[in-house]
Design a binder for this molecule. Structure first.
Ligand code: DHB
Ligand code: FE
Length: 281
């Protein structure tokens, strides 16, 4: 049977993608940030997952104000990197896993989580930057990817609790797929950041580190954080952190923290990163 063995949480700042694409990862500004991902890159190269489910948000790239799905699951065979205004990133096309994705759609929808099924979609920095951080600059991504786009752009986004429970439903779905596949789940976005208006540049290391602690050891408490607290403490875009709860729910019970990294700043953002392994199958 398929199983979810581990989770990765990471911010998805577009400037990180630019630094990788332009060969600036050794620049003094960027070096400490990328150094914190080196153990994770070795870890995932050793793990060799068969599939990655990447929970991310679309930043008005594939979707717009015209259609706003709360949860959109990619069931396509491939996803082209999007042009977000400066040309598409020079990264490989993302290959999907339609068979597992359709199985997840069927299982999760019958489990009463009404997902939007997406058969054609371009993917933006929210999905491609985490792949670059974990896999570097290969000619082809090392495993197929199932994108799960969460609306955190237009209010109301889903609650943290809904996200945690969706993750649990995804775990049940994967565990009922009758093929031996090793699956990792990425939760992306965050940490504290605000890109707009009077509080632009807001960063809150106390909130961020408490969130990292809770996500590892008390996910129910992290899931109880209300939207207004993310807004107040982590800034308007800090709400992206609810996506990490989908990942955490998908890991089931207790987890081992294999790696943790926190770095400020990257662009206007605090960058957080966790590698978590499931303690139980
Ligand atoms: C920026 C954009 C993001 O989507 C994000 O999550 C963090 C930072 C930015 O434009 O700097
Ligand atoms: Fe974002």
């Amino acid at each position: 049977m398929a199983k979810i063995v581990a989770g990765v949480a990471t911010s998805h700042v577009p400037a990180i993608g630019v630094a990788i694409d332009q060969g600036k990862t050794d620049d003094p500004y960027w070096k400490p940030l990328f150094a914190g991902f080196e153990p994770s890159r070795q870890w995932i190269a050793d793990l060799k997952p068969d599939v990655a489910i990447v929970v991310y948000n679309d930043h008005a790239t594939a979707f717009s104000m015209e259609v706003i799905p709360t949860f959109a699951l990619g069931c396509a065979a491939d996803y082209a990197p999007a042009d977000e205004g400066w040309g598409a990133r020079p990264v490989p096309v993302v290959k999907g896993h339609p068979e597992l994705a359709w199985h997840i759609a069927q299982s999760v929808i019958l489990d009463e989580f009404d997902l939007t099924i997406v058969n054609k979609m371009e993917v933006d920095h929210g999905l491609t930057v985490p792949l670059s951080l974990m896999f570097g600059q290969p000619d082809a991504w090392p495993c197929p990817v199932i994108p799960l786009a969460v609306n955190v752009v237009q209010y109301p986004p889903p609650t943290g609790n809904r996200c945690l429970n969706l993750g649990r439903a995804i775990r049940r779905a994967v565990q009922s797929f009758p093929r031996d596949l090793k699956v990792v789940v990425f939760g992306t976005g965050g940490m504290s950041h605000q890109l707009q208006a009077q509080r632009a540049g807001l960063i809150n290391p106390e909130f961020d580190n408490r969130f990292l602690d809770l996500l590892v050891s008390d996910p129910e408490a992290a899931a109880a954080i209300p939207h207004v607290e993310y807004l107040r403490e982590a800034g308007s875009e800090g709400i992206e952190l609810v996506m990490w709860l989908v990942m955490r729910g998908a890991l089931g019970g207790p987890v081992r923290q294999r790696h943790r990294h926190y770095h400020v700043p990257a662009s206007n953002t605090a960058v957080g990163h966790l590698v978590l392994e499931c303690e139980r199958e």
